[in-house]
Ligand binder design. Sequence first.
Ligand SMILES: [Fe+2]
Length: 130
Amino acid sequence: MKLGDFVQSGDWKGEKHVPVIGAPDSVKAGEAFKVDLCVGKEIAHPNTAAHYIKWIKLLFVPNGGKFAIELANLSFDVHGDTMDAEHPGPAFADPFGSVRVKLSAGGTLVAQSYCNIHGLWESSKTITVN
Ligand SMILES: [Fe+2]
């Protein structure tokens, strides 16, 4: 058994759990650029005390590389936390965030997300470095 056997994927336009990577197709070596990460861009994922996205990670696999490099870990810890479990609120953290990244070589950005009910999901985007 491998954990990867339990990581699901798909088209984020039709499957609300798939993390969306917003990043340029091409960047300049050593120049910082923004990567937007979210779950539910096209179809909103539930965000309640019972059902929510707990985290999104961003990793990078350089072309020809052997290992994935973790770039960021966005944790969404507030899901209607309250002293009253019958009436959750008043704060919820939406699964959206941005990170700045610098690359010196091209490769593949990989986003993984975790839903507390529906498990692990991932998507990827190749990026060229000039
Ligand atoms: Fe879910």
